[in-house]
Design a protein. Structure first.
Length: 158
């Protein structure tokens, strides 16, 4: 599948049967909610810039899994250059969005799980790497967003 546009991303969200609650109230149309919309627009920009020749080098790469051009947010790092590109991409997107663009934690998670699966398989003879590789390939082939959450533990921090 080719790279998606920002609008295709937004329309894919519109097609989902989401149950979203905010401040104790059900959100009728999350895609159109004024608090959600800025974050969604920032994610959409990560799609549009991947299609812009001016930002192609910062936003896309040839996948080592599929051989296709993919959004760099769905890439398993292969080199020091990939890591440098990540920093440059994040700086550029921070300047353009002036907010969180929602995809960094997902990319970091993909890379952490991939690396950990490799180490576990090597040590224990398991097949976790095959599983995560299939999942990452699916993400790349469908140009999906992966995300994660960072949380703080509530309670005594003494």
């Amino acid at each position: 599948m080719p790279l998606k546009t920002g609008n295709e991303y937004i329309e894919s969200l519109r097609k989902l049967n989401l149950n979203v609650y905010m401040f104790g109230e059900k959100v009728a149309s999350p895609v159109d909610h004024p608090i959600i919309r800025p974050s969604m627009n920032a994610v959409a920009l990560t799609y549009d810039l991947a299609l812009d020749p001016l930002y192609e080098d910062l936003m896309t790469v040839k996948s080592h899994l599929t051989g296709e051009k993919i959004n760099l947010f769905n890439h398993v790092f292969q080199s020091t250059r990939d890591l440098v590109q990540k920093v440059k991409r994040q700086r550029m997107l921070g300047q353009k969005t002036a907010c969180c663009f929602q995809r960094c934690v997902g990319q970091d998670a993909i890379n952490a799980v991939y690396s950990t699966a490799y180490e576990v398989d090597r040590k224990h003879g398991t097949a976790y790497l095959d599983n995560i590789t299939a999942f990452i390939r699916y993400i790349q082939e469908h140009d999906l967003v992966t995300d994660g959450a960072m949380t703080d533990v509530k309670g005594d921090r003494g």
